[in-house]
Design a protein. Structure first.
Length: 74
């Protein structure tokens, strides 16, 4: 997955719509290594909810987790 690809951005948009509404999710990103879901904390419950939401989309992407804490506005 490359951050400049239109397909990758469309995938990110679909995943974002599915997971950003879930409790414990801070954001979704496209760093060079693939799709990353940013989590508020290292909760198995949150990871399971996110994995289920992504699986329903049936997208062939690797999903990585990164615990960042809650994102805030500056």
């Amino acid at each position: 997955m490359s951050p400049s690809s239109d397909d990758d951005r469309a995938t990110k948009d679909r995943v974002s719509a599915a997971v950003l509404k879930l409790p414990g999710v801070s954001g979704v990103g496209l760093p060079a290594r693939g799709l990353t879901i940013y989590l508020e904390d290292d909760s198995a419950e949150t990871r399971d909810r996110v994995a289920a939401a992504v699986e329903k989309l049936k997208l062939p992407v690797a999903v990585h987790w990164e615990v960042t804490g809650k994102f805030g506005k500056f």
